[in-house]
Write a protein that binds this ligand. Structure first.
Ligand SMILES: [Zn+2]
Length: 226
């Protein structure tokens, strides 16, 4: 996998990224799409089955694709994968497919990027059941501080939803999350990751360079190849 340079802005979750100087991106590939990882400077990939695009008919084919493609060295993580109570197939199928992807992650020793909407009990249940050794990152987080604490206490990392993180009222939550467990993302929106860093560095009262150092360190920890 490609790694960021220290000093890069890291966008931990994106869709449709194009290489940009000074920005390192984790690009999300979804198994229902016809896209494959490539060795592109400034980009590494996650690969998985998004619950929105899963159904009984395509399940076997999508899992086969994840098994085939996620071993590619340009794939750094499995996902986004997880649960969605608003959109997607039955919770049984979501759970089965998520567990399969967690097992692939453990087998390949690559971490998991999680999509979770109103299904925290389901997510935590699978975590308890499978006791994964590789870390999980909940992307697009916009929950309450006690939920954040609960996820962090299970060893998870959080990346905040790009719109949520820009709100002034979110500062107490940001400050409550341990500095070694957070990431920032654009999730394929028009938002510039540099603007998000700018805002969050002001919230923390630190220089941008210090924020970049912290996120770089978190990146190295999350993707550590133990
Ligand atoms: Zn996404």
């Amino acid at each position: 996998m490609n790694f960021p340079d220290p000093g890069d802005y890291i966008d931990i979750h994106n869709h449709g990224a194009t290489p940009a100087t000074g920005i390192f991106t984790v690009e999300t590939l979804m198994a229902h799409e016809d896209r494959e990882p490539q060795n592109i400077r400034g980009i590494t990939f996650s690969y998985g089955i998004h619950p929105w695009h899963l159904d009984e008919e395509n399940h076997d084919q999508l899992i086969a694709r994840v098994i085939k493609i996620s071993g590619n060295p340009d794939v750094a993580a499995i996902g986004e994968a997880g649960f969605d109570r608003i959109k997607g197939p039955s919770s049984e199928l979501q759970q089965k497919t998520f567990e399969e992807q967690v097992l692939i992650s453990e087998e390949l020793r690559k971490p998991v990027v999680i999509h979770c909407v109103r299904a925290w009990d389901e997510l935590l249940k699978v975590h308890k059941k499978l006791k994964p050794k590789k870390p999980w990152l909940v992307h697009g987080f916009r929950g309450k501080p006690d939920l954040a604490q609960q996820l962090v206490s299970k060893g998870m990392y959080l990346s905040f939803w790009f719109d949520f993180v820009m709100r002034p009222e979110v500062v107490p939550l940001l400050k409550s999350v341990p500095k070694d467990r957070f990431f920032l993302e654009t999730d394929g929106s028009e938002v510039d990751i540099r603007d998000i860093y700018n805002k969050v560095s002001k919230d923390f009262g630190i220089e941008i360079d210090l924020l970049k150092d912290q996120v770089y360190k978190n990146f190295c920890d999350f993707f550590r190849t133990k």
